[in-house]
Write a protein that binds this ligand. Structure first.
Ligand SMILES: [Zn+2]
Length: 463
């Protein structure tokens, strides 16, 4: 042996690419039907899962980062199938400024800035590592995607974006600016969106919360829907439809959509009745079911608390009845469909006011009758399948991206434990869990500059 100094230093991959992280916890839910309760480990190299052990990992050696969790459960990174990242304007959606005011006042640029805050809040507070944005104005979510692809952010959730949702003239979310009428315009709208980078197509199949729309009535007719669906499929993408009205669900099924949002079964008399014939078709046609089950829940909770403090006004009583109708109906219909044999539920928050409030939706699914496992599938593999990203996400498997959410407790016993997020890892990067202060919650909307009041108004009496 001679001692020759090498004159060329061989430079390996950057430390990020071969960094090793080992996560140890007593429990692991892998999203493939396996639940380990006697200690489990995930071995991450760079951004990828290299091994999973159900009986403790071998010693990773020096230089590895070992994360120990004493009473936690390792989950695949959680997924939200329905967000609207441009909002996140807190109480303003139902407070003094309506959602139409927010649309009128706030620029695309301000909304784009909010998407970043909202995405990080959702990741840090709720453990969400993949989000599907179901409709934004102009190019807001396309620009966000470009920012993500350009590597501007670390640990930001995966974004699956439709860009603008397609609606009829004057329809729900018309302010996104993708109105289309008739077969030709519908087909063209899909082509435009695909050209701009849409990952999927979102259709507004009935009215909704947008002023002047009627949520009891379908918007597009079946021919228009078919044109959108066929063109979307021709591009190898999937489409999902916002359906409040019962008739809109039927139309969506006739057109062969891949996924239905909300499915509220609202009839012309504002009664909500699950039509079993349509329910059967939803199951038979194998569509993904995205109940956005928690919409209105927090508002209802607030009003119930208020009712304990003081008598409610008639307007408040009416508002509370509305949220009960919306919320309890959704829990009931989802539970009923599950009872009928539906399994392809997706977890979606429809986050408009609140980002970082996610686990409550899983609790409501379980309240409706879903098993804890079925609810966790909705939060992980089902959504990954619906988004077409099972190759890299949705389950904990060797070779997949290391998107991992660790929660305290045992969500297979108590689904509310999903809300106790302990650590989030996005593509092998452990997010700084104390970083939430960087992304404060709050109104985050443009400041309304009203006409200034005269100073010190004086009432002159007895002149
Ligand atoms: Zn929505």
């Amino acid at each position: 042996m001679t001692n020759i100094e090498p004159y060329v230093e061989v430079v390996g991959p950057s430390s990020d690419e071969n960094s090793v992280i080992v996560i140890n916890a007593p429990r692991l839910f892998d999203g493939n039907g396996n639940f380990y309760e006697n200690g489990a480990s995930v071995w991450i190299e760079g951004s990828v899962i290299k091994a999973i052990y159900d009986d403790g990992s071998p010693d990773p050696g020096p230089g590895a980062q070992v994360m120990e969790f004493e009473d936690s459960c390792i989950l695949p990174g959680l997924m939200d199938s329905h967000v609207h990242l441009m909002y996140g304007t807190a109480g303003r959606m139902s407070g003094p400024r309506s959602y139409d005011d927010v649309n009128d006042m706030d620029s695309d640029a301000l909304m784009l800035l909010r998407t970043v805050r909202n995405g990080y809040r959702h990741a840090l507070r709720s453990g969400v590592t993949t989000m599907r944005d179901a409709g934004a104005r102009n190019r807001i979510t396309f620009d966000l995607k470009e920012g993500i692809s350009a590597g501007l952010f670390r640990g930001f959730p995966n974004l699956h974006a439709c860009g603008r949702s397609i609606t009829i003239t004057g329809g729900h979310f018309h302010f996104c600016h993708e109105e289309a009428d008739g077969v030709e315009e519908c087909r063209k709208a899909v082509r435009k969106l695909v050209k701009e980078g849409a990952d999927f197509i979102k259709i507004m199949g009935s009215g909704g919360g947008t002023y002047v729309t009627d949520n009891r009535r379908p918007s597009f007719d079946v021919e228009e829907l078919k044109a959108i669906v066929n063109e979307t499929h021709r591009h190898g993408k999937s489409c999902t439809v916002h359906c409040i009205a019962t008739k809109s669900i039927e139309n969506a099924l006739d057109a062969g959509v891949d996924c239905i949002e909300h499915y509220e079964f609202v009839e012309f008399d504002y009664k909500r009745r699950l039509d079993p014939r349509i329910g059967e078709r939803m199951i038979e046609q194998n569509v993904y079911l995205s109940p956005t089950i928690q919409t209105g829940y927090r508002k209802l909770e607030q009003m119930r608390m208020l009712a304990e403090e003081r008598p409610l006004t008639q307007a408040e009583i009416d508002q509370m009845a509305f949220y009960e109708w919306k919320q309890e109906g959704q829990v009931y219909i989802t539970g009923k469909l599950y009872e009928m044999g539906a399994t392809k539920f997706l977890m979606g928050t429809d986050a408009i006011a609140e980002f970082g409030d996610y686990g409550i939706g899983l609790k409501l699914m379980v309240d409706g009758g879903l098993s804890n496992e079925a609810a966790l599938f909705a939060a992980t593999r089902n959504t990954a399948e619906a988004l077409g990203i099972m190759e890299n996400a949705g389950t904990l498997e060797v070779g997949k991206d290391a998107d991992i959410t660790v929660v305290d407790g045992n969500p297979m016993n108590d689904i509310e434990d999903v809300q106790k997020v302990a650590q989030v890892i996005k593509s092998g990067f452990p997010l700084p869990m104390d970083g939430l202060g960087l992304f404060p919650h709050g109104p985050g909307g443009a400041v309304v500059k009203g006409r200034p009041l005269p100073k010190n108004p004086v009432v002159i009496k007895n002149r």
